[in-house]
Design a protein around this ligand. Structure first.
Ligand code: NDP
Length: 293
């Protein structure tokens, strides 16, 4: 998936790649419904009033509808006791009509995120954050894999890039992006370095990378002259700029003058993250057919 560009780098068009996934899923969903009597459904739980979370939940609901996936949204007040949230998750775990369950993060401070994520049935854990799914990812046999790194792997596949023997540097070590990304790249035979806020000589590490994944949360933090000629650059960051736009964690202009492939922000990794959520939901619906729930 490539867009024309005046830069040296070809731009990886995440929007187009995501659209292709969603088109395919629409067909799979109707085949499941008509052929197997399964109506894939995703339950999204939002606790509190975080404005960004509300937008994410709304977008996920819309994406579901477009793919023909039933979407259910549960909005709980910011002071909802943890026990109440756990009881809702339990109900959804036991409902045969619900195939995927997602709790929008972050949850309010009085709720323990780990406890909540562990309460979701691993077969319905479409975010792939349950320790069981994380463990399976470590072992190289993921059931449901975290959407953002999963989407990045798909984008790398769409450009036909062989990761075997390549040096990959990930900046950021969160449980939702950096760590699972490292495992996925490792499984495809890249040599992986994971950097974080205590990493020494970060620029030099990035300069040595054939593949750079930036997941930091700081606008244009990775400078153009850190990028090795011909590198593949995957920018996960979503940062609101002072002018009201969005920018990634990479200085796009500088990096695009040296890289061979680069994802834009917006329109790169973000749309694929949502597409992988839909894909995981359809996968979870199939798992339910196998009587795993
Ligand atoms: P976290 O805040 O959980 O993690 C950020 C990571 O960056 C940490 O590991 C941190 O290191 C590291 N970091 C911070 N400062 C530096 C520094 N100066 N040098 C090196 N490393 C540093 O963020 P997430 O992983 O959740 O998200 C990262 C970005 O990706 C955000 O902008 C987020 O909005 C975006 N995002 C986008 C998604 C998409 O679909 N496109 C999905 C998920 C996230 P340390 O661990 O030492 O603190």
């Amino acid at each position: 998936m490539v867009m024309d560009t005046k830069h040296k780098a070809s731009i990886i068009d995440g929007k187009a790649a995501a659209l292709a996934v969603r088109d395919r899923l629409r067909q799979e969903v109707s085949a499941l419904r008509d052929g197997r009597g399964i109506d894939p459904a995703l339950a999204v739980i939002l606790v509190g009033e975080n404005p960004a979370s509300k937008v994410y939940v709304r977008n996920k609901g819309r994406a579901c509808e477009e793919a023909g996936i039933r979407s259910m949204q549960f909005t709980l007040g910011a002071d909802t006791p943890q026990a109440e949230l756990l009881s809702l998750i339990d109900k959804l775990n036991n409902s045969p009509d619900v195939h995927g369950i997602l709790v929008q993060l972050p949850v309010p401070a009085h709720i323990d995120e780990g406890t909540v994520l562990e309460a979701i049935s691993p077969q319905k854990d479409v975010d792939g954050f349950h320790p069981c799914n994380m463990g399976r990812l470590v072992a190289g046999a993921p059931l449901l894999a975290p959407c953002t790194p999963y989407g990045i792997m798909r984008l790398i596949e769409t450009i036909g890039y062989d990761l075997g023997g390549k040096d990959a540097v990930i900046v950021g070590r969160s449980n939702i992006v950096g760590k699972p990304m490292a495992l996925m790249l490792l499984h495809k035979n890249a040599t992986v370095t994971v950097c974080h806020s205590r990493t020494k000589d970060l620029a030099d590490k990035v300069r040595a990378a054939d593949v750079v994944v930036a997941a930091i949360g700081k606008e244009r933090f990775i400078k153009g002259d850190w990028i090795k000629e011909g590198a593949v650059v995957m920018d996960v960051g979503i940062n609101r700029t002072t002018s009201g736009g969005l920018a990634g964690d990479v200085d796009f202009e500088g990096a695009a003058s040296r890289a061979s492939w680069i994802t834009p922000v917006p329109g790169g990794v973000g749309p694929m993250t949502i597409a992988m959520l839909l894909e995981n939901t359809v996968k979870a619906a199939r798992l339910s057919m196998k009587g795993n729930v």
